[in-house]
Design a protein around this ligand. Sequence first.
Ligand code: ATP
Ligand code: MG
Length: 171
Amino acid sequence: MKTEDTMEIEIVVHSSDETIALGEAVGKSLKPGSIIALRGDLGAGKTVLVKGIARALGIEDDPVSPTFVIMNAYEGAMPLYHFDLYRVSGADELYGIGFEEFLFGKGVSAVEWAERIEAELPEYTINIEIAIPEAGGGVSETTRNIRIKGKEEWVSSFRNTAERASRTSTK
Ligand SMILES: Nc1ncnc2c1ncn2[C@@H]1O[C@H](COP(=O)(O)OP(=O)(O)OP(=O)(O)O)[C@@H](O)[C@H]1O
Ligand SMILES: [Mg+2]
């Protein structure tokens, strides 16, 4: 990835609801074939963010962590393929079951533990990293630092959409 083409923003959220709202803003900015790579510790909030993406796509079921099945597919405005690669050791394990037909298909893919397939991720991947800040100093247990990194064009247009959305929701 050429660094001059990429852009990174950091957003601080204070609750699961804010993470869901951020996921909804992400979901509204996606198109067929978009890939969202999610990184962050166990319990950081990756699945919570995917719930927001699902809502933006008009999916009624709330995604749950698909830990034991590798992938769940949901029908929405576009199909959503929700991967959880926590138990996967690497891409070799996945090619045997045809994951690339989903990842590079016409739906939207949200991939938890995307680091397991780092080398397979295309340069247009939208990278979202969720970090739990150190406790103390008035930081609440539900605060998360969320970094969104991707193609400059996508990130800057996403930022405008998200800012507009948060202005309307606080009115
Ligand atoms: N700001 C926040 N955003 C998201 N989740 C939060 C937040 N604050 C607290 N939580 C809680 O943290 C947990 C996040 O769980 P979630 O399943 O989304 O994590 P995950 O990153 O998907 O973990 P795993 O790697 O195990 O799949 C939930 O219990 C949620 O209620
Ligand atoms: Mg999860």
